[in-house]
Design a protein around this ligand. Structure first.
Ligand SMILES: Cc1ncc(COP(=O)(O)O)c(C=O)c1O
Length: 357
């Protein structure tokens, strides 16, 4: 094939990229707002755009304070590192991002233990397992002390499921009884809120610390936040400096987040597209099953890993390349809907999926 023909083939290839909502790109409005953002040195708390963002985040979540940081991994790390001591431990789901994909960073850098507890299919951590595996008494000096229970909302690997208020109430009672904090990894908390209609304030009223991430469905190029009381945020700000995570003129990044918070309608569309995609699987299929999605993540549960890999491969080939990924379970095929995916391909992608199944 000539070089020119090969190049034309590449240029004309249609790509529907559903690998992750981390592929979202900043919109023209975001870029415009970033270019005119008022900035200052945030270490001196003189970046007015960051101050505005942090105060808005505290207000919409009903907590005293918020800290704007680079990534949600950093926000989770800081939240846990300042509410747990060396020699104590956190409890987190065995299928959670904190448990699987953050390198046990609190253990690596601050001497805090990470104990995993069972994640149920609905994305909750089993409260029964928390009771069984957590160490809450100070009596036995063989044991460390469990100090923080972590939950994830929405839960990525269960297919973007949101925690119910009933569950959060039970969790809160357990945490009070066991004198533990609750930390909510809310990388997709805004998706949870839009999917269920439960306000951010209500969700956050059950937890001591929460994080939010803006580089996923919110489409910002950088940024996440830790939410908590003033004392926690003061300690997190101090520790952020120790790990070199401070901003200087970070208002440029904060401006993109403010713009994104001003218009959440693209997230509703992501959820609608996810529902449409899931409806492509026939209800009684024996090979592939899917739960009706609540937010932007759809997991196809396949009868085997080989089938999952085959679906991913075949969907990636041909004129329209639909990019999918394996989930945390090898039999899972994950599709994540986000505003930078070209939704004009949705019908074609569904037809293709139905053809290969
Ligand atoms: C549930 C969850 N928490 C935390 C993170 C970490 O986010 P970041 O990439 O901003 O560190 C991710 C990233 O995908 C996530 O899905």
């Amino acid at each position: 094939m000539s070089y020119g023909k090969a190049l034309r083939g590449l240029v004309s290839k249609k790509i529907f990229d559903l690998r992750s909502d981390t592929f979202t790109l900043p919109s023209p409005a975001m870029r415009a707002r970033m270019s005119t953002a008022v900035c200052g040195d945030d270490v001196y708390k003189e970046d007015k755009t960051i101050v505005e963002l942090e105060s808005r985040l505290a207000s919409i979540t009903g907590h005293e304070s918020a800290l704007f940081v680079l990534t949600c991994t950093m926000a989770n790390f800081l939240g846990l590192a300042v509410t747990c001591n060396r020699g104590e431990e956190i409890l987190c789901g065995d299928m959670s991002h904190i448990g699987l994909y953050e390198q046990s960073n609190v253990s690596q850098f601050t001497g805090i233990g990470v104990r995993t507890v069972k994640n149920e299919l609905d994305g909750t951590v089993s409260l029964q397992d928390v009771r069984k595996r957590g160490y809450f008494s100070n009596d036995d000096f063989h044991m460390s002390h469990s100090k923080v229970i972590c939950v994830e909302n929405t839960h990525n690997f269960s297919g973007g499921k949101a925690l119910t208020l009933e569950y959060l109430q039970k969790l809160k009672s357990l945490s009070t009884e066991t004198e533990c904090n609750v930390h909510m990894d809310g990388a997709r908390l805004i998706n949870a809120s839009i999917g269920t209609g439960v306000s951010l304030k209500e969700y956050c009223s059950y937890v001591d610390t929460a994080t939010m991430c803006f580089t996923k469905g919110m489409s910002c190029p950088f940024g996440a936040a830790l939410i908590g009381n003033e004392e926690v945020i003061k300690r997190a700000r101090r520790m952020r400096k120790a790990i070199g995570g401070q901003w200087r003129q970070g208002g440029i990044a904060a401006a993109a987040v403010l713009e994104s918070l001003d218009d959440l309608t693209p997230i509703e569309k992501d959820h609608d597209m996810a529902k449409l995609w899931a409806s492509a699987i026939p209800a009684l299929s024996e090979k592939v099953t899917v739960d009706e999605p609540l937010t932007n993540i759809v997991i196809f549960k396949c009868e085997s890993e080989a089938l999952a890999l085959n679906i991913i491969k075949e969907m990636g080939e041909g004129d329209l390349s639909v990019l999918l990924q394996q989930g945390a379970n090898p039999e899972d095929v994950r599709a994540v809907f986000h505003r930078s995916a070209d939704y004009s391909f949705i019908s074609e992608a569904i037809e293709k999926l139905q053809r290969i199944l």
